[in-house]
Design a protein around this ligand. Structure first.
Ligand code: GH3
Ligand code: MG
Length: 422
């Protein structure tokens, strides 16, 4: 029972209408054919019975005529009319059988003693027999006529019943279609309009909410399909958006953050530090003599070195630091909520790690081992805004270079601090 209901629910309104329409048309065709066959048979019976009745009445007239013309001196046998009369009666009995009437017959009639029938007092019995048969033909003929009317009436009711069933089914389907398709569809359209007007943080979560909302209301299988498609579509968009977000903020070669993302965060962090009276440190890292490295090993090896260097930088960062590729062979490392001393320790460790990295002394070894120079500046100590902070970290980098490279230099407006000589 439940599985039948589930199957019915799975049928789309269009399928249901086609199914009901086909059943109704087939019923009407079958009913009409049945009606015409039955009607033809009943009409035939009515005609036969009426013909029988009329013929019997006609025969009664002939019998009266015969009675009047009877010559008492002449024997029945000699009367020429008696032969005709008897043979007509025989035919009438056959006709009654053919019209499905059960003729009342006397013993002599049954035995075929025809000549005795019209003789003497037998004639009265014969008249009685005839009257009974006329009466029977009359009653049966009337009954057949009534049957014909019943058949006609029945057919009319049948057609009305089919049309009523069809109307009720169509009404029910329309109502269901409205409740299970149109209402959820308009809800879905409303949600999609909202989604379109205000793209949410997570399209997937919004789609999940839509699905939950729809689950609470009864809906057709079409709506389930549409919802599933929208869910899949939203899932795809979400995945692609995530990918796009990553592409938008990542540097392709090193997979570090790109300049766009770095600048965005630098501005945010400097503003936050201003508001909260906090600190921010920025390190600018530049590869020493990278041009020579490229010339000696080729640009592909240079790219590989950039990638390895980026991995080492990322490895030294904390979760909230922002390691970025500034451009070319230059990297920027943003340390939110960090003072210059802590940042110095981190980049010093980084500088040392890079200078001793195994790859750089491996088969693609450059003319000199690959090292980096690092300039460091802090907010609010060394700069008044984000732009100033980059400039001053860059100036510190210049100092580190001028001190012979493979160095970390803190920004100083007067003198450059040399923290390490490599
Ligand atoms: P130094 O910084 O120590 O003064 O010397 P340098 O040779 O590194 O000089 P500079 O920073 O001016 O040169 C940057 C070089 O970095 C030039 C270019 O060949 C190389 N470079 C920049 N971007 C890429 C890159 O994406 N891939 C590769 N392989 N090399 C790059
Ligand atoms: Mg360089």
């Amino acid at each position: 029972m439940r599985s039948t209901l589930q199957t019915i629910k799975k049928i789309s309104p269009l399928q249901a209408i086609i199914f009901t329409g086909t059943i109704s048309i087939l019923s009407i065709i079958a009913g009409t054919v049945g009606f015409f066959v039955t009607q033809h048979h009943v009409v035939e019976q009515v005609e036969k019975k009426q013909a029988c009745y009329l013929d019997l009445v006609d025969f009664r007239g002939k019998l009266i005529e015969f009675d009047l013309s009877k010559d008492p001196k002449q024997s029945i046998k000699a009367n020429p009319h008696s032969e005709i009369l008897l043979s007509t009666y025989k035919k009438l009995l056959d006709q009654m059988h053919d019209a499905e009437l059960q003729p009342v017959v006397s013993r002599d009639t049954a035995k075929g003693n025809w000549r005795v029938l019209l003789a003497g007092e037998n004639l009265d019995f014969f008249r009685l027999e005839l009257e009974k048969n006329i009466e029977q033909a009359k009653i049966q003929s009337k009954a057949a006529t009534v049957r014909l009317a019943v058949v006609n009436e029945f057919f009319l009711y049948f057609i009305l019943a089919v049309l009523l069933t069809l109307s009720i089914t169509a009404g029910w389907l329309l109502h269901n279609n409205y409740r299970q398709t149109l209402i959820p569809l308009s809800q879905l359209v409303g949600q999609l309009k909202l989604l379109n007007r205000n793209i949410p943080e997570s399209i997937h979560d919004t789609a999940e909410e839509m699905k939950k909302e729809l689950t609470d209301t009864e809906h057709s299988s079409d709506i389930t399909q549409i919802t599933k498609s929208i869910m899949n579509f939203c899932g795809d968009i979400e995945a692609k958006n995530k990918k796009l977000d990553e592409i938008y903020i990542r540097d392709e070669k090193t997979n570090l953050y790109n300049y766009r993302h770095f600048k965005e965060h630098l501005i945010i962090e400097v503003e936050r530090a201003k508001r909260m009276s906090d600190k921010v440190a920025l390190a600018m890292i530049d590869i020493d003599h990278f041009k020579q490295y490229n010339d000696a090993n080729g640009h592909i090896a240079g790219d590989r070195a950039l990638k390895i260097l980026a991995d080492i930088i990322r490895g030294q960062c904390r979760a909230y630091d922002v390691p970025s590729r500034f451009g070319g062979d230059e990297f920027a490392l943003l340390f939110p909520k960090t003072g210059i001393a802590t940042a110095h320790d981190i980049v010093e460790r980084l500088r040392h790690l890079i200078s001793t990295a195994p790859f750089l002394h491996g088969e693609h070894q450059s003319i000199e081992p690959l090292t980096v120079s690092i300039g460091l500046a802090g907010f609010p100590g060394d700069a008044t805004d984000w732009y100033n902070l980059i400039n001053n970290a860059d100036r510190a980098l210049y100092t580190a270079k001028s001190l012979g490279r493979n160095n970390v230099a803190n920004f100083s407006p007067i003198a450059t601090q040399n923290s390490h000589q490599g």
